[in-house]
Write a protein that binds this ligand. Structure first.
Ligand SMILES: Nc1ncnc2c1ncn2[C@@H]1O[C@H](COP(=O)(O)OP(=O)(O)O)[C@@H](O)[C@H]1O
Ligand SMILES: [Mg+2]
Length: 401
C-alpha cells in the first residue's frame, strides 16, 4: 500500500544517470546512506527535492560525519547545521550554504528536532521558512516530502488519516483500507514531517495535532488501534507573521513547539549574496541562457526593496512611504531571474536597468492607488537624485508611464 518511490519511466539517459556522487563517497564504513532513493532520481524534475538536488553534499557529509546521530537521523546535528550553513569538509568537499543567517538560530532549530518538542518557523513572507523546513527534513530524514500544506480547507484527514472507500465498502474498516496522512507515515517510520502555513488550518483540525505532539500517538478508533510515533519522528511547521486574523495557534498547541523566528537579511550585502546565489541556482536548473549577472543591478534591486520596506533611505536622511507588498528577498530573486531572462533573450546579454524596472514596478505596486503614490514619490525624490542611477530612473519612468 505504500507508494513506491518515484519510478522513472523515462529511458535512462546514458551517462546522465551514472552516480556522480560515487566519486567523493568512498565506501564509508557504516555510512547509512539511504539506498531507497536512486541517485539522480528527480534530476529531470522541474524543481527537484532538496535531498535529490543536494544528494552529493548529503552523502559527503554522511561519510565525513563521526559525531553521534539521534535515532534514525541520517546526520548528526552538527552535520545538519553544516549542511544548512555551508562549510568545507576535511576531504575538501565544499558544502554550499543554503540558509544565510545567524548560525545560532540554525543550531537551535536543529537541536529542537532532536528533542520531544516540535519546531515552528515563524517570520514574514519570503524569509526562507519553507526553504529551511525542506532542507532540515532532507538532511535529518533524507526525505522532505512528508508534507501537509495548510489552507483554510485542510481537512482532518490530511493530518490524521483517510479511507480508501472502495476497500472500506467492500471489506469494512481495516488496516488495508486506511490511507495514512504524511504525518502518520512520519510517525510510524520515525521521520520528519512538515506542515506548511500552520495558522491557516482551521482550529479544529489544528487540535488534531495536539494529541500527536503531546502523546506521540494517533488513535484510530475505527480499528481500536493506534499508531505510535517511533524514535526519530518530529514535526516542522511554518507560519506567517502577516497572517493576522487567520486562525491563531491555540496556546495548547503553541506549547508543543519551540519557535524560531527567521529574520529578514541583516545587511544589504547579505541580501545581495542570497539573491545572487539563488538566481544562479534557479537559472541553471531552468537552463536559462546565460546572461552576465551585473552585480550592480542586483545591488540596486536589493537597495530599492530594502529602502521601501524600511520606509527610509539607506543614509537615513529621507523618510519614505512603505508600499503594501512585502518586497521580500524571494521577490527580489524573482525580479532578477526574470530580468536575466529578458537580458538573455531580448537584450545584449547583460542585466541592465530596463530588464529589472518592470519587475520592480510589479512587486512594488500591488495596490494601484496608494502603492503607486509611494512609488512615484520614491522615484522622484530618491531615484532621480542618486548618482549613477540615471539609466534606472529613465527605465522606471518608461514602464511607469
Ligand atoms: N536568509 C536566506 N538565506 C537563503 N535563502 C533565502 C534567505 N531568505 C530568503 N531566501 C530565498 O528566498 C526564497 C524564500 O522563499 P520561502 O522559503 O518560500 O519563504 P517563506 O516560506 O518564508 O515565505 C527561497 O528561494 C530562499 O532561497
Ligand atoms: Mg512558505
Amino acid at each position: 500500500m505504500t507508494v513506491p518511490a518515484t519510478t522513472p519511466t523515462t529511458p535512462a539517459t546514458p551517462g546522465a544517470a551514472t552516480a556522480p556522487a560515487a566519486a567523493n563517497t568512498p565506501p564509508a564504513p557504516g555510512a547509512a546512506t539511504g539506498a531507497a532513493r536512486a541517485p539522480g532520481a528527480g534530476a529531470e524534475a522541474l524543481r527537484p527535492h532538496a535531498e535529490d538536488a543536494f544528494a552529493d553534499e548529503l552523502a559527503a557529509l554522511a561519510a565525513a560525519d563521526d559525531r553521534p546521530r539521534p535515532a534514525r537521523w541520517r546526520l548528526s546535528p552538527w552535520a545538519v547545521a553544516t549542511y544548512l550553513q555551508g562549510g568545507v569538509l576535511p576531504d575538501g568537499t565544499v558544502i554550499t550554504p543554503k540558509y544565510v543567517g545567524p548560525r545560532r538560530l540554525v543550531e537551535v532549530a536543529v537541536t529542537t528536532l532532536a528533542t520531544d518538542r516540535a519546531l515552528l518557523l515563524l517570520g514574514v513572507p519570503g524569509t526562507a521558512k519553507t526553504w529551511v523546513s525542506e532542507h532540515l527534513a532532507a538532511a535529518v530524514s533524507g526525505d522532505s516530502t512528508l508534507l501537509v500544506q495548510g489552507t483554510a480547507g485542510t481537512p482532518e484527514e490530511a493530518v490524521r488519516y483517510g479511507w480508501n472507500y472502495a476497500q472500506l465498502l467492500a471489506h469494512g474498516p481495516s488496516r488495508d483500507a486506511l490511507v495514512p496522512s504524511p504525518l502518520m507515515r512520519a510517525m510510524s517510520e520515525g521521520m520528519t514531517a512538515r506542515v506548511e502555513e500552520l495558522t491557516r488550518i482551521p482550529a479544529d483540525v489544528q487540535d488534531a495535532l495536539i494529541t500527536i505532539l503531546s502523546e506521540k500517538t494517533l488513535p484510530v478508533p475505527e480499528l481500536g488501534q493506534e499508531v505510535q510515533a517511533v524514535r526519530g519522528f518530529n514535526l516542522i511547521a511554518t507560519a506567517n507573521d502577516r497572517d493576522r486574523g487567520v486562525n491563531e495557534l491555540s496556546s495548547a498547541l503553541r506549547r508543543r513547539f519551540n519557535t524560531v523566528v527567521l529574520p529578514l537579511p541583516a545587511t544589504a550585502q547579505d541580501e545581495v549574496d542570497i539573491v545572487s546565489r539563488r538566481v544562479d541556482q534557479i537559472g541553471r536548473s531552468l537552463d536559462l541562457p546565460v546572461a552576465q549577472e551585473g552585480p550592480a543591478e542586483i545591488r540596486r534591486v536589493v537597495t530599492v526593496f530594502r529602502e521601501l520596506r524600511e520606509g527610509m533611505t539607506t543614509d537615513g536622511r529621507t523618510k519614505l512611504k512603505s508600499p503594501s507588498g512585502t518586497l521580500s528577498t524571494a521577490e527580489a530573486i524573482s525580479v532578477v531571474t526574470n530580468g536575466l531572462a529578458l537580458a538573455a533573450h531580448f537584450g545584449d546579454g547583460v542585466l541592465r536597468p530596463d530588464d529589472v524596472a518592470a519587475g520592480i514596478l510589479g512587486a512594488v505596486v500591488r495596490d494601484p492607488g496608494t502603492d503607486r503614490v509611494a512609488w512615484q514619490e520614491y522615484l522622484e525624490t530618491v531615484v532621480r537624485e542618486r548618482d549613477g542611477w540615471k539609466d534606472f530612473y529613465r527605465a522606471c519612468r518608461e514602464v511607469s508611464a
